[in-house]
Each structure stands twice: as C-alpha cells, then as structure tokens.
Ligand binder design. Structure first.
Ligand SMILES: *Cc1c(COP(=O)(O)O)cnc(C)c1O
Length: 372
C-alpha cells in the first residue's frame, strides 16, 4: 500500500474541492477500502482532507482507537447500537429516520454530550436517507433536540445513484431534491453544511461540490469514471506474492485441479501461495485468462486458482530469469503494462471497488511512501 499515492490522490481531490470552496471528507469505510483505515486516515489528513467518513460505529471507534481525532462521520447503523460510545468519542452521526434520531439522542443524553447530526435526505437512491414526506417531522424532532442542547445539526446530505454515469438526468434531479431538503432545514432555523458528491461527482461535477465532497475510491487511485490511462489518479494498492517453488514439467502433464491446463512442451511452473481464501477469485482464471507479472514480464496462470495457491506458466526452460522467492505482481499501478484491479474487475464482470476490498486472508499489508 503506497501512502505516497494516497497523498497524491487526496491532494488532487482536495484541490478540485478547494476550487469550489468545498472541504474534503475522505471515506475510509471497509478498512480504508482494504488499504488500512488508520494509515489512509493520516495520509489523507496530511494531504488536504479535513474530515473522514465511515459506514459503521465499529469502524468509527476503531479510527478513534488508532488515535485519529479529526472530524469523523458514521452513517450506517441499527437503532439499537451503542450511540453513547460513539458520541463520547466525538463521532458525528447521520440519521435517516425519526427512530434513528431518537436512538442517537438517547445515546447523546447517556454520554452527556451534544451530538453533531448529519440529516440524510433520500433524494432518489432509495437506500438510506429520509423520504421527503417524512422530512418535516425529522426536522421537527431535530429542532427540539437542538433546543434542549442534545444535538447540533451539522449537515444535510445525500448520496447519488448514478454519479459514475456523467450526464445521467438523475444526478441533477437528486441535486434539486437535496437543495429542497436544505431549504426546508433552513426554514426550521438550521444552517447546515450540504454534501452530496462521491468520487465520481467530485471529479466530474464541480457544481455539486456544495460545502463538502466525500470521495472514497478515488483517494485510493481508482477512477470510477475515466479509463486508468486518462486518470490523474495513482492506484495505491499493489498485490504481490512470491514464488514458493519452481519446477519443470514434461509435455502432457496437467496442472492444478481438473487438469484444465496441460503442458504441450517442457514448461517451467512457479507456485504462488495465494488463492481464493486470500481474495484471488477462482473465476479469475476461467478460460485461462488470468495474467501476472513475474521476472518483469506478463505471464499466464496455468490451471485453476485453488484456496491457497495457484501456478504460473513461466515458459520454456531458460526462457524467463526467475528464482524461488522472486516477487509476482497480481495487480498494481499498471505502470509498464502491469496488471490492474480494473482488469480484474472487467474479467469478473464487477467494479474495482470489489477487487481491492476483497483482498483478505493471509495477505500481509506493508506500507510504502513514508509515514502518514
Ligand atoms: C462509499 C460512500 C462514498 C464514497 O463513494 P466512492 O464512490 O468510493 O467515492 C461516499 N458517500 C457514501 C454515503 C458512501 O457510502
């Protein structure tokens, strides 16, 4: 994990936001999209972010436990969670319903501390957020809590459904509804910050930056809109294994379960101790299309990816200068034509978000690019 890349990306994003007069909240949910939330948090704050966002209360408390005390928002919870602990840790909380608000306020009273609320409007994603019909009542409850000192209304916010499809009319429609929800809040006497933009909107819709942008994936160097070659972002995650064993097999030998790959001539095979338990999907080598970089060149994977290991076809004896212990790049920055998370996503019919958050198991994270 390259913290230099995170700093580069966050500096780029907060520069874009700054031109619109907006601040930057970097989203570090799911352990920083699989990159390590505390390290990403510190790098992001050093590079221009002033706020952090996570999904769950556990994630928020873990960030606090790591010694990060920047403004921090958590937006996904059940009404029966321990809000007192979150409020005591100075975590700002999103609420999408009166029921959630009541639970959060009870937590604030138990903690003896004012909670900073981000009231979430459902502007058309129809996932979290408060429907327009219920918004006035949510504002009434919030106003009562502000009046008795239990809460402050820090923000009114929402989340886009199709920001990665620039020009889609739903984007403007959602912005109209957010402005409307904010106008209702102002009528109730609140002066909230507004925020809507995820990475895609941060990159493509400066007019929707409002007071604060919330990029996640772009901070990690993966572009939700542009092709990697056109993107100013630098991928932070490189996944590498090392060659555990080298052998040469004669023609006719089948490799890995099911013998889907068979040597047609003498072949050098390298065993890599990473598999689907580590986030290398078994489907990655359907049809033998998975490629890795070994000895400076791109080589195909031979046969099925197993739970713990897979095999790389290193060509004819002597063709490639490889030794036991050599690194093998599964995906990374794409520099020099190397494999990328985007290519994995394309192969698997998914998005790069799922690739980087899916790395797990026995993969050990090492951090380059200096300390945060
Ligand atoms: C995950 C998330 C983001 C960040 O989205 P990206 O597409 O990764 O930039 C922003 N806001 C909310 C509410 C999210 O859940």
């Amino acid at each position: 994990m390259d913290l230099g890349a995170v700093r580069h990306n966050v500096a780029h994003l907060s520069g874009l936001a700054g031109r619109s007069g907006a601040a930057t909240m970097v989203v570090i949910k799911a352990d920083g999209y699989g990159h390590g939330a505390p390290d990403v948090a510190r790098a992001a704050l050093a590079a221009g972010a002033t706020r952090l966002g996570v999904a769950t209360l556990d994630e928020a408390l873990a960030v606090r436990a790591a010694g990060v005390d920047a403004p921090l928002l958590a937006w996904l919870h059940l009404p029966d969670e321990d809000f007192a602990a979150a409020v005591a840790a100075g975590v700002e909380l999103s609420v999408s319903s009166r029921e959630h608000l009541a639970a959060v306020l009870a937590g604030a009273r138990a903690a003896g501390r004012t909670v900073r609320l981000h009231l979430k409007a459902d502007t058309g994603l129809n996932r979290g957020g408060c429907r327009p019909e219920e918004w006035p009542e949510l504002l009434d409850d919030a106003a009562a809590a502000v009046a008795d000192g239990t809460a402050e209304v820090a923000a009114v916010w929402s989340h886009l459904a199709r920001a990665d499809e620039p020009g889609d009319p739903s984007i403007d429609a959602q912005a109209v509804r957010l402005r409307d929800a904010a106008a209702r809040a102002r009528e109730r006497g609140f002066d909230p910050l507004l925020h809507l933009a995820n990475s895609a909107a941060t990159l493509t819709r400066p007019d929707l930056h409002f007071d604060l942008v919330r990029p996640g994936i772009a901070a990690y160097g993966l572009d939700p809109v542009a092709a990697p070659a056109d993107s100013p972002l630098r991928p932070a995650m490189t996944v590498r294994g090392r060659i555990a064993l080298l052998k040469t097999v004669p023609p006719g030998e089948g490799v890995s379960y099911g013998h889907e790959w068979v040597a047609t001539e003498p072949r050098v095979l390298a065993l890599i101790p990473l598999g689907y338990a580590d986030g290398v999907p078994r489907r990655m080598n359907n049809g033998g299309r998975m490629r890795v970089r070994v000895g400076g060149v791109i080589r195909p994977v031979a046969g099925r990816v197993c739970m713990d290991q897979f095999v790389v076809d290193c060509g004819r004896p002597g063709e490639l200068d490889v030794a036991v212990g050599d690194p093998v790049e599964l995906f990374g920055t794409g520099d020099g034509g190397g494999p990328t998370a985007q290519e994995w996503a394309d192969e698997l019919g998914t998005i790069h978000y799922e690739i980087v958050t899916g790395i797990k198991g026995r993969v050990r994270r090492t951090v380059t690019g200096g300390t945060a």
